[in-house]
Design a protein around this ligand. Sequence first.
Ligand code: UDP
Ligand code: MG
Length: 323
Amino acid sequence: MTPVLFLVIPCYNEEEVLPETGRRLNEKYDALIASGAISPDSRVVFVNDGSKDRTWEIIRTLHEENPRFSGVDLTRNRGHQNALLAGLMTVKDLCDAAISMDADLQDDINAIDEMVAKFKEGNDIVYGVRSSRETDTVFKRTTAQSFYKVMDHLGVKTVYNHADFRLMSRRALEGLSEYREVNLFLRGIVPLIGYKSDVVYYERAERFAGESKYPLKKMIAFAGEGITSFSTKPMKMITVLGVLVFLVSIVMLIWSVVGFFLGTTEPGWASLMVSIWAIGGLLLLSVGVVGEYIGKIYLETKQRPRFRVREFLHDTPDGSKLK
Ligand code: UDP
Ligand code: MG
């Protein structure tokens, strides 16, 4: 069986990297097709996530010059996770397997061979796992790794050092389509689909052009998304905290009653102030965490669409145009 493989690549303001990415992927596909690893009907699908630069024009040109390239244009910027989902859902009925990766080719495209081989061995999901983080800045490395650790402690099962470079079979994509949540954290959802899976190790390279579209602010938001979408532990921790504070307050009560009868109640100002601030702070924090979850419920109940495709540029193998 030579599978039809689709690469799905979300792009946000990637005009600097796209021509080179297209060139390298085209070469890679030539080799994969020549060796009989994948079908000649395989495609590279770029998803334009509402870019403000010339990204979509470049994708259109790539498509016009080479039918191997397809393009999905979203109506506006929806963020990496939604863009990725949009691409996967658009192509899921056209391919045997799809690999998601970033436009900057930080994920080693030579790992594709091994991913396809593992897919042929009967794995429905193949995770790309980074074997080292040497090319990352110390800051990115430590923040990313503590993120995986925190997630693990909170009971969210993710694959360590795996981002969104992965192969999914058609039926795994079908499974993914049944997860309807608006607060998307794909690397948490994919392991929940089940099926046989395997990992492929690769070295992550540096971005060869342009700069990261994931500033610290987005990274923190993404980590928060991962935690609150998959774990209710923070809420449980608040309950435990509440019980502890209550126990302390009973001790304080006994202490003040005893103090009253001993006639030593006057010098209590400091402890009073401290407890007011401490309890006030804890309350605010707790209400905040609970609020986070209520906010999620609010967003989920609205069932808003997660993305909208404006245009799908794609040449079908038999030459017919898709609508
Ligand atoms: N991206 C996107 N929408 C966004 C932000 C990023 O589609 O709102 C894409 C981006 O074009 C790239 C991928 O997500 O293909 C990963 O982004 P980036 O390389 O900037 O992240 P980093 O590797 O620095 O974590
Ligand atoms: Mg990158």
